[in-house]
Design a protein. Structure first.
Length: 665
């Protein structure tokens, strides 16, 4: 991975090469999975929905066609707002119609299609598959190519500029509850010239700090663009911003709550007179399309070389030509006549919509969008003073460039000690080295570290604090000593390792399987599962529920997808969240149970070696952290050996092979 670059051409070539590798690999993997895996399996994994019924849902912005899909027993799915999907009825291929998820509810999904959909998509038996969009890759390339017009950005991107703070007066904070490190970060962000970084470890309120900085910049009269790589993170910004500033959310929030909906462009535009007129025109267009389709479309088969003017002339003259019957010529002429009316009306409707959209965007003080959407046609002619990127350490550098080329200054919040962006191709793995991390290494003086965490007991925080944050983190007094003892729970009926594991005084617990519960791989799978650990986790979760903790306050984390699948089959309470490490980034629960899975004589732990993945896993719990694993396998790795030492010192290790025999499997 490169930290500094000699010139713009080297910088562009480096990233263009990486994103092209990643684009090809991502498309290959998606289609390979769709071809090899059954629809039922993909649905179970949340990447497809079968047996849907489609219904016309009207028109969206730009006249896009909306289709609402429903079915009985609507499944849980990863498909969410903004995702690109393939729609099919039968065999799935790249040639199937593509759509964008426009809205999602508990029992329905609405998709948007730019061109008129085939009639079968409004019927029954429709399959929807999560797909990969080429659009984001195209926008990354556009951003890289447009850097030639932004000479002011190039020196600091190349790592060749000496960044100096500008002076700034006293700050009056809108959020009076910010701690000292948060206030310092906001003040320094206002004093920065080109770029500023807010490094926020788990639970330190980096988004809260970023929001205060946004409001402060707006108060200076600046036009602000606020982005993140995911829709969920953008929605989180909108939820926190709308009380302070005039915020416009481009795209549709994944959680369609009233407070968010009222700030989306799609909602706000409905109240503009130009948009209302455009709606009336689109209704007229629909009627004309219906009328036009009664006539013969002048395809090459029917035209036989005739131009539009010749068809009109022959129809008026009542003549046939080139063996084309007069009735066909007149029918084609009528089709063309109506089509010309449609084209005029469509152009007028789009012009009116553009005016309505521009009015809303010009009124907005903060425009919120994903990084990719910031490069959409809607914002093409807009420039901003300052860009704020939340969860910036989950955005690849080319992704961050999409909004960056529209601004003169950028403030980023993130934590490069947690999970990096997901990159499919091993050859493109350097994309995991984000702009945030690169700038932090080149210009360490432009970073503010948030040092006070509000989430977890200090013993849960302790190991990560030592290993990843040089002991600089502190726990707020309100959370420093929180435990399960703060709740009115009943332990008397528990026995065995469950009772020992759930004692409030043991905040951090490691249940050691002692090598007696080996991992296994399913046939044809590259993932791992561990049935013995699964049974232990099940019993722990059942005991947690029995003592009075609600399912919604329990999280189960495991690094492997097959173990996620196994645990979901074992644990019946639907409120208990069972996800991979990636699925818990940014989340928190009262109790977290981790299943490490790996147990083998060779001491191989695979991608558990990724220290950032471990950091995320350990810092989701507030009052109790329970880990299940094989110490013999894990301790072959230095980091896990140190973790076990920490638990032995600050918490409790329960060895199932010694004090507490386990006969569950």
């Amino acid at each position: 991975m490169k930290i500094k670059f000699d010139d713009l051409e080297e910088y562009r070539s480096y990233f263009l090469h990486l994103i092209e590798i990643e684009r090809r690999e991502e498309m290959r993997l998606y289609m390979e999975e769709i071809r090899k895996m059954s629809g039922t399996k993909r649905e179970k994994l949340g990447r497809a929905i079968l047996n849907l019924r489609g219904k016309d849902a009207g028109r969206g912005l730009g006249g896009a066609y909306l289709i609402r899909y429903t079915r009985k027993n609507f499944p849980e799915t990863e498909i969410s707002v903004g995702d690109v999907v393939l729609l099919s009825q039968g065999k799935v291929s790249e040639r199937n119609p593509q759509a964008t998820v426009y809205e999602k509810g508990k029992n329905y999904i609405v998709v948007s299609i730019s061109t008129k959909p085939p009639k079968y998509l409004y019927g029954r038996g429709i399959r929807m598959d999560l797909y990969v969009s080429d659009m984001t890759f195209r926008r990354m390339k556009e951003a890289l190519n447009s850097l030639a017009n932004r000479r002011d950005l190039i020196p600091f991107l190349l790592g060749k500029e000496e960044l100096k703070p500008v002076t700034f007066g006293r700050v009056k904070f809108f959020n009076g509850e910010l701690n000292k490190s948060q206030r310092d970060a906001v003040t320094r962000s206002l004093s920065s010239d080109k770029i500023f970084l807010i490094h926020g470890p788990p639970g330190t309120g980096k988004t809260t700090t970023l929001v205060e900085s946004i409001v402060q910049h707006v108060n200076l009269g600046e036009k602000v663009l606020a982005t993140a790589d995911s829709n969920v993170s953008v929605d989180n910004l909108v939820e926190r911003l709308w009380r302070y500033v005039n915020v416009v959310r481009i795209g549709n929030p994944a959680r369609v709550t009233k407070s968010l909906l009222e700030h989306t462009l799609d909602y706000l535009v409905q109240f503009e007179e130009e948009y209302k007129e455009a709606r009336r025109i689109w209704e007229e267009v629909d009627k004309l399309v219906e009328e036009r389709d009664k006539y013969i479309k002048p395809t090459q088969q029917w035209r036989r070389g005739l131009g539009d003017d010749e068809i009109f002339y022959l129809a008026r003259a009542g003549k046939s030509a080139r063996g084309i019957p007069l009735t066909v010529i007149r029918s084609m002429a009528q089709w063309l006549k109506i089509q010309k009316k449609i084209e005029i009306l469509v152009k007028k409707a789009k012009t009116l919509e553009d005016r309505a959209v521009r009015k809303i965007l010009e009124r907005g003080e903060v425009i919120c969008a994903t990084n990719s959407t910031a490069g959409s046609e809607i914002l093409r002619d807009f420039q901003f003073d300052t860009l704020f990127i939340d969860e910036a350490t989950q955005s690849t550098e080319p992704s961050s460039l999409i909004p960056l080329v529209k601004v003169r200054k950028v403030v980023m919040a993130g934590d490069h000690k947690q999970l990096p962006p997901t990159v499919m191709s091993y050859e493109a793995k350097d994309l995991q080295y984000t702009l945030f991390e690169r700038m932090h290494h080149i210009y360490p003086s432009i970073t503010s570290f948030l040092d006070l965490q509000y989430r977890m007991n200090h013993k849960i925080m302790g190991f990560s604090n030592i290993q990843f944050y040089n002991g600089a983190l502190r726990s707020h007094p309100k959370v420093r000593n929180i435990t399960l003892a703060d709740f009115n729970l009943k332990y008397s009926h528990l026995s065995g390792f469950e009772r020992e594991a759930l004692k409030p005084e043991s905040v951090v617990v490691f249940i050691d399987t002692c090598g007696n519960m080996p991992e296994r791989q399913r046939k044809g799978s590259t993932s791992y599962e561990n049935e013995g650990e699964g049974e232990i986790v099940k019993r722990i979760v059942c005991s947690i529920l029995e003592i009075g903790i609600k399912g919604k306050d329990i999280g189960v984390i495991t690094p492997y997808d097959d173990q996620v699948d196994l645990l979901r089959n074992l644990i019946s309470d639907e409120e208990v969240e069972i996800k991979s490490v990636d699925g818990f980034q940014g989340r928190e629960k009262e109790i977290i149970v981790i299943s490490f899975v790996r147990s083998n004589p060779m001491g191989e732990i695979g991608f558990l070696k990724d220290s950032r993945r471990l950091n995320v896993s350990l810092t989701r719990a507030k009052r109790k952290l329970i880990m299940v694993g094989d110490s013999q396998t894990l301790s072959c790795n230095k980091l896990y050996y140190q973790l076990l030492q920490y638990v032995e010192r600050e918490g409790k290790i329960l060895k199932l092979c010694e004090e507490l025999p386990f006969n569950g499997v």
